[in-house]
Design a binder for this molecule. Structure first.
Ligand code: CU
Length: 68
């Protein structure tokens, strides 16, 4: 399953990298890329292992705000 998570504007490119790394470490995530300019996280995951809410929680736990 492929999903895009829209976040509030990211402060710097390191934020994007940090989120990307955290998502990739999460169980069930097969690919993740965070677009700094768009403040978007594109994630691909196995929906039998994880879900969108879990992935959103990873981002909010890092201190970032999700718009949708
Ligand atoms: Cu940053």
């Amino acid at each position: 399953m492929k999903k895009t998570i829209q976040m509030e504007e990211l402060v710097c490119p390191m934020c994007a990298k940090k989120i990307e790394t955290a998502l990739l470490k999460s169980k069930g995530v097969t690919s993740a890329s965070v677009l700094y300019n768009a403040s978007k996280a594109k994630v691909e995951f196995d929906e039998n292992v994880t879900n969108l809410d879990t992935l959103k929680e990873i981002i909010t736990d890092l201190g970032y705000v999700i718009i949708k």
